[in-house]
Design a protein around this ligand. Sequence first.
Ligand code: APR
Length: 256
Amino acid sequence: MTRDLALAIPPALVDRLRSARSVAALTGAGVSAESGVPTFRDAQTGLWAKFDPTELATPSAFARNPKFVWDWYAWRRELLAGARPNAGHLALAALERRVARFHLITQNVDGLHQAAGSSDVIELHGSIGRIRCSRGCGTVARWAVAQGDLPPRCAGCGAFLRPDVVWFEEMLPPDALAAAEDAARHCDVLLVIGTAAEVYPAAALPRSARACGATVVEINPQPTALSDAVDHVLRGPSGVVLPALVAAAWPATSLS
Ligand code: APR
């Protein structure tokens, strides 16, 4: 599989990547699929195929039933407890060491990029590893298994604590969004990995990068809403494609 893919990677892309001064990557749930983390929209296996996002991932859902929402995130955290970075995460960490300027923009809340050794990860949708005050008094903390009444209360103002993730109908963290837009506008190559590219504003980044002259590459086993608006499509699982891409550009690179 890897050998065939090496051939399938266009030499023009390899040259562009090797000569790039600034590379960015935008990742979605698909990059963690090979670590056993469910995606959101894959048929049957995706979280939104099994659960109703309006009951679990909106501020109004939390207001209606805070314990139900808290328990669901506690369940997702248990799922993640056994997950380890896969070869795709490791290849991105290796790529960061190979290029002058590298920005990793993720929609994922699982922390697997950081566990793989990537630094300065731009978390567009927050992190399931943190909790924060639902009233926004400023309290933010590492997620700790809470005893007693759930969700636990904010020590600062007594409001419920909630997962520090971005829910539907909510704004992205302004600093993270600004950093992501800047990285997209100033990169030579943007790798778009494992995202259906259906959720905005993240899904707007590839088009903005391309409009600024970047070469945009989609890495996904399936076609997406973005497939017709990129320069290269590498159809395959990112845990296979990314190591092959890095090895094609820098044959001596160790991925571990
Ligand atoms: N390698 C690469 N891509 C994969 C793999 C894999 N092994 N397995 C699946 N994919 C692709 C699917 O084909 C799909 O296009 O990953 C994509 C996952 O899409 P979604 O489940 O829609 O996830 P994502 O695009 O990250 O969702 C964006 O929506 O629900 C919200 O906040 C949530 O951050 C999330 C946002």
